[in-house]
Ligand binder design. Structure first.
Ligand code: DHB
Ligand code: FE
Length: 283
């Protein structure tokens, strides 16, 4: 990894950014069925009661929990906490019936509206952006393998220091974020750099939990993607690199065997290249 370009990145900083972004996000406002709220809330609270009984949780531990929960909010780390330890099961349930491209968690760092390109693009990046050059390409098809024109492939990822633009200070707005609309052949090609493994912030409340429990804070290096097309289900996913650090022990438990890339030396002689195709389920 190169020397950090963002020395002042803090948990509180990215936590606050992630919380602000989430608060601004458009969400479904449809009313939720009261019986369903009651059933889910009752089961969740009962599950917690069971944990307290099973472990003989003490008043001191109960107070530590209260203090920690208050601090997660103060740090703005609810998006981080939920996306690391909870989202992967929501994704599993949401996408259980899909036949096409495999999904995984979105995480807290997606921003809609990234710069748009046709067919091929170099992601916005700084002069001398650190990291192995990577050509990431593929085809978007329907479930029968027919190419889809005007499919949208959105790619975002961390830099070589593990930082995301718009969440860590000092990085240009759209750095390492971009969208491609496919041509009639369904193909897309991004020139970018390989991201580094990502450590969830260790200086906030999530880091305090990790330290107290003796866990590690690492996610493997990953590319984030959203792939969509008219009349098709959008897939949100991530791709990882074979043999990379923490592919086997991702703190967010978001790695699946179908999501491992095996890049080869690029035909251009410059960096690496890899092909990955997306088949989209009908909407
Ligand atoms: C988190 C960060 C990620 O980059 C990701 O993909 C998932 C979760 C996080 O810090 O919560
Ligand atoms: Fe990520």
């Amino acid at each position: 990894m190169s020397a950090p370009t963002v020395p002042s990145a803090t948990a509180a900083g990215s936590g606050r950014s992630a919380t602000e972004r989430f608060t601004q996000k458009e969400r479904s406002t449809s009313s939720v069925d009261q019986a369903r709220v009651s059933a889910i809330a009752t089961d969740a609270i009962t599950a917690l009661h069971d944990v307290i009984r099973r472990h003989g949780v003490t008043y001191a531990e109960y107070d530590a929990l209260k203090a920690w929960l208050i601090r997660v909010g103060e740090d703005g780390e609810w998006p981080l906490f939920l996306d690391v330890w909870v989202e992967h099961v929501v994704e599993e349930v949401a996408n259980a019936d899909r036949k096409g491209a495999v999904g995984t968690i979105e995480g807290p760092y997606y921003i809609p509206g990234s710069p748009e390109f046709r067919s091929g693009a170099t992601l916005p990046m700084r002069d001398g952006e650190q990291g192995t050059p990577l050509l990431f390409q593929g085809t978007v098809t329907d479930l029968d393998g027919n190419p889809i024109e005007d499919a949208r492939v959105e790619l975002w990822h961390a830099d070589d220091d593990g930082f995301y633009s718009q969440f860590a200070p000092g990085i240009p707005e759209w750095n390492l974020r971009g969208s491609i609309l496919t041509g009639a052949d369904g193909r897309f090609a991004f020139h970018t750099v390989k991201p580094a493994p990502y450590q969830i912030p260790t200086d906030g409340s999530c880091g305090a939990l990790i330290a107290a429990a003796g866990w590690h804070a690492w996610r493997p290096a990953h590319l984030h993607l959203k792939v969509s097309a008219p009349g098709k289900q959008l897939v949100t996913t991530q791709l990882y690199f074979e043999g990379g650090a923490h592919v086997q022990d991702d703190v967010a438990q978001a790695v699946k065997p179908e999501l491992i890339l095996r890049p080869t030396p690029a035909a251009s002689g410059h960096g690496e290249e890899v092909t990955y195709d997306f088949a989209l389920d009908p909407a």
